[in-house]
Design a binder for this molecule. Sequence first.
Ligand code: GLU
Length: 507
Amino acid sequence: MLFVMLLKNSRSISSKPRNMTIRTRIAPSPTGYMHIGTLRTVMFDYFLARQSGGQFIVRIEDTDQARLVPGALESLLSTFQKLGLDYDEGPVLQPDGTIVEKGDYGPYVQSKRLDIYRPYADKLVAAGQAYVCFCTRERLEDMRAAQTAAKQTPKYDRHCLRLEAEEVAKRLAAGEGYVIRMRIPDGEVAFDDAIRGVIKFNLADVDDQVIIKSDGFASYHLAVVIDDHLMKISHVLRGEEWISSTPKQIVLHNMLGLQMPVYAHVPLILNPDRTKLSKRKGDVSVEGYLTKGYLPEAIINFISTLGFNPTSDQEIFTREELVRLFDLSKVNKGGAVMNTEKLDWMNHQYLAKLSANELAQAARPFLKTTVDNELVHRALLVERQRVNRLDEFDEKIQPYLFSIEYPKDILVWKKASPEDALQQLENIRPVIAGLSDDAFTQMSLLEAAVKEYIGNQGLQNGNVLWPLRVALSGAEKSASPFECLWVLGKEASVTRIDKAISCLKSI
Ligand code: GLU
């Protein structure tokens, strides 16, 4: 029998759907945290659903009990919340830590759906499209070892396919352990991947996949096909590592008479040297990037445009723009390189867009100081030009909060003498002390006042501005003197100038 299923139009309907409700899903296994690659697929799912008025669903695939990690589901769901990503159906984490479900096609956690799968497997057994297998682990291991030694690809040898129905019934009645395997037919299958185009498989290379495991649970392959069907999923987006699973799932759809979804296998994310992204948790988990001080919107912009760029001349996109512009057929087929320098640049751009309040709120968890006053807010506003990530702020704002010690020679501009530095500071002190409170509300007013003084006195900028800046910041490299004045305010500024004066006077 030849199974050729060419979904000729899936490429076009995948991104510009007509007469079809788009329902996408992400189906993570709760084995730890949200991987940055999963987020990329999440975003593509989200854009497809939102641009068509469809739905985006979160389904948890936790049937592999051996791989479960306590707390992983909560961590995954909280990452959605931290990123401000809403989904239409699926489990939702409540503020009290409990999980409730929303949507009409639930439960959305597979371990609560175990009863649903079995009848499908029984139907396949009855139709001769699946069979009971009693092979022990030892037999399977010996078989694989022999196949490998003979340079064959390990594959179940269909030992139990040859059993008579009577014998199967007898062994089942006796309580012998078993699994159910699907019987892969002969021939070929093909599908039109919405990113990669047509992919063909020779079924002779495909193993008789276990669909019911020895613990009675459905395997991933059966559960995924049944759930995508029952949840009316139109588009299955997932990592490219699942391509080799697709022929088994196509065969299952065919055997059960189910309509196939559109498949799109999203390319891997690579290190700059094009190796598979390192497994270190901080480098691959979305939570890790949030902890390093990247803003949710920057992470989303970055990951959504990794291997997909809607226009050649734009890098920063709002979520609404991405929803409008996303096109599955324009996602690059090759692996996408994770360039953290670009992420840093992007985060810098997003930091620049925040209002004073938003910036203070975003930076707060990264600051050691509990002080939350105007000075801290102003310091953040000034220093954001010099940081890429929120975790860099703490060090940057320290000099404004605490006056720091510095060697007196850094007060002296390279073209001037210590005497001149002292003179300039003594002269400008009363100017600063005499400025109105109003002048301290705007940096431009402070700059205008200081520059007017320099002009009136016929002085060089460097002679005045260098010692003033170092007196205020305590550092050789820092924000401008006007920025420092604005952050510190009059009183603290004058105190710091006094300190510099006495420093220069000391031997
Ligand atoms: N449960 C699979 C995973 O952990 C999902 C594969 C799929 O989307 O079909 O990635």
